[in-house]
Every structure is written in C-alpha cells, then in structure tokens.
Design a binder for this molecule. Structure first.
Ligand SMILES: C[S@@+](CC[C@H](N)C(=O)[O-])C[C@H]1O[C@@H](n2cnc3c(N)ncnc32)[C@H](O)[C@@H]1O
Length: 248
C-alpha cells in the first residue's frame, strides 16, 4: 500500500515510521511512504507557502497553489484518483473502523495533506479532498502527528505487516470490545501472580477466560461499547450480572 504525505515537515516522520514494525514493512515493500515537501512547490524567493487571511483574523493560511502543485506531482501519470484526505480537527474522528476501511482502499493508495498555521485555503480543499479526518476533538499545531497515527494504525492492518492476523483481530476495538489483560514473565512480580488459568496450558479454558475478561474490561472502561458488540446470550447474561453486582 502506498501513502503520499504532503507536509512542511517531512523530517518529523522517519523517527516514528522508520523503525520497528512499520520500518520493517517498508523494507519488505509491503508499504511505501513518500513524503512531499510542500515548500518545494513555492515559487518565491523565501519559499513561502502561507499568506494573510482575507477578511482578517489571527495567523496565516496555507495557499492553494503550492499545495495543488505538490498534489499534482503525486498524481501525475496515474489513471485513477487516489483517496485524498485532509487531516483536520473539523473532520470525522478517526477510529479503528476507519483504519480498517482505509487498509482495504481499492487503489491501495492514500494521499494525506497535513495543514499548518490556521489551515488551508478552502478552494484547494474543495478541489482535491475526498474526506477530512480528525485525530480527536482537540487542536494540534499541524497535521503531522495525526498523519503518523493514521498511517501507523492503517498500515498494521495490511496483510503481512504483523506476524499473524490474530495479532490484531483480538485487539481492542477490532471486534467492538477492548482486549483482555496481558501478562508476561516473571510469573510473580511484586507479590502478584499471573492468573492461574494462563499457566494451565488448557487452550479452550484460556480462550474462554480471554473472552470473559475482554467483556469485563469493556464493561469497566468503556461500557458504551457493549451495546454495539456482538455478544452471545450467555455473554449478555454476564453483562447483566456485572451490572447487578454493581448495585449490591
Ligand atoms: C492549528 S490547526 C488549524 C485549525 C483551524 N484553524 C480550525 O480552527 O479548524 C493547523 C493544522 O493542524 C492540523 N490539525 C489540527 N488539529 C487536528 C486534529 N485534531 N486532527 C487532525 N489534524 C489536525 C490540521 O491539518 C490543521 O490544518
């Protein structure tokens, strides 16, 4: 899968997306990340890409033309339009389901536009953007952190990036529940022992424990998610019991 990231700060990305799982996936050719320095498309002495807002107001606005040229450099020669996303606090909130959808993009090609300053000339957004996505209801100084988070969450769902599909299909949010608690060696730490069942080697009982703990964790931390999760009649009974035990 290919990601093209239009940004004023390409150097920010390598520290986050150059190593570990994403770095390895890039070396294996499973994902391709291209960073386009928007400033290279500014045709003035100081390579300035922002200007004062019409109508007044605080801060500067990124100009349409350099961004348009940067975008053209990405799509040149393609016979399709890659899905083009503007990172914005005004967009729909990025979720696990968004990552899943993007990882299945029909062209396996996503373009991300990182804004800065007060944002981007609206005419450019109207012309090239298919979708606006937000990292959450807060305002960042630029779209780069949001782009890194979205590339990371999307790329790890691409087949081959993680060692097995199990690695993400049990994780929080994938199936509408949070994940069960995890433990690793040593068996006893600060006097606390790993739950006995995880040492039993009894695969079926361990799976049942994980599922139950997943439901209990979701109940404790994000109860609202349970109304949308797919639960068996026994699991619905468990949720009812958890609610009742709270009222005791
Ligand atoms: C300071 S913000 C601009 C905010 C804009 N003036 C507004 O009020 O909607 C600068 C850039 O940071 C990025 N950004 C800020 N908050 C974000 C968020 N929550 N999610 C994704 N991108 C964000 C966007 O690309 C935006 O163009």
């Amino acid at each position: 899968m290919r990601f093209d990231i239009l940004t004023l700060f390409p150097e920010m990305f390598e520290a986050v997306l150059g190593d570990s799982i994403i770095g390895r996936a890039r070396s294996k050719g499973l994902i391709e990340l291209n960073f386009v320095q928007i400033r290279e498309f500014a045709h003035n002495k100081h390579r300035q890409v922002d200007d004062y807002p019409y109508g007044g107001g605080a801060g500067m606005v990124m100009q349409a033309e350099p961004l348009y040229q940067a975008y053209q450099s990405v799509i040149e020669g393609l016979d399709y339009k890659p899905r083009t996303i503007y990172l914005s606090p005004q967009g729909k909130t990025f979720r696990q389901s968004t990552a899943k959808r993007l990882s299945k993009d029909k062209h396996q090609h996503i373009v991300l536009l990182c804004g800065h300053y007060e944002g981007v000339d609206q005419r450019l957004l109207d012309e090239i953007i298919d979708e606006e996505l937000s990292l959450g209801d807060f305002v960042l100084t630029g779209g780069e952190i949001a782009a890194m988070a979205m590339v990371d969450a999307t790329a790890r769902l691409i087949p081959g990036v993680l060692k097995s599909e199990e690695a993400f299909s049990e994780e929080s949010h994938f199936s509408g529940l949070l994940e069960y608690p995890q433990y690793t060696r040593p068996e006893v730490w600060h006097g606390e022992k790993v739950p006995e069942i995880l040492l039993s080697g009894h695969h079926k009982n361990i799976e049942a424990w994980k599922r139950r703990m997943s439901i209990e964790t979701t109940f404790k931390k994000r109860r609202g998610m349970l109304s949308k999760a797919k639960l068996s009649p026994d699991e619905k009974k468990l949720v009812k019991e958890l609610k009742e035990s709270e009222n005791l």
